[in-house]
Design a protein. Structure first.
Length: 114
């Protein structure tokens, strides 16, 4: 699924009376992106930083090849959970806090959203 989402597209609680196919696909895409332990660890590392993190600074703590991390980050950016910023030849990444708050609201029975 190569769907690029904005955070608002996936802000439909699973307890909603009806989910459109588009809403269900967007929600499934977000959950699929978080289904990888490596991607969950990336989100965790980015969340522990006060500033955007260079991809090169994720290699050692994750113990993965830079190309592998790059692929994981690409997926997280595609679903809107992570923001990418270009600084010269380097890419810096940070969590999209609004998107992550909406993901947390998805499973809430009352659909409490940000």
């Amino acid at each position: 699924m190569n769907l690029t989402l904005t955070p608002i597209e996936c802000c439909v609680p699973l307890a909603a009376p009806v989910l459109t196919m588009e809403e269900a696909e967007a929600t499934a895409g977000v959950y699929a992106a978080l289904a990888s332990p490596a991607r969950v660890r990336i989100v965790n590392l980015l969340g522990s930083s006060d500033e955007p993190v260079c991809l090169c600074n994720l290699v050692e703590p994750l113990g993965l090849a830079q190309a592998t991390i790059s692929q994981h980050l690409k997926r997280l950016v595609e679903v809107g959970l992570v923001d990418r910023e270009e600084r010269g030849k380097w890419s810096y990444f940070s969590n999209n806090s609004q998107a992550l708050a909406r993901v947390a609201a998805l499973a809430h029975p009352k659909g409490v959203c940000c």
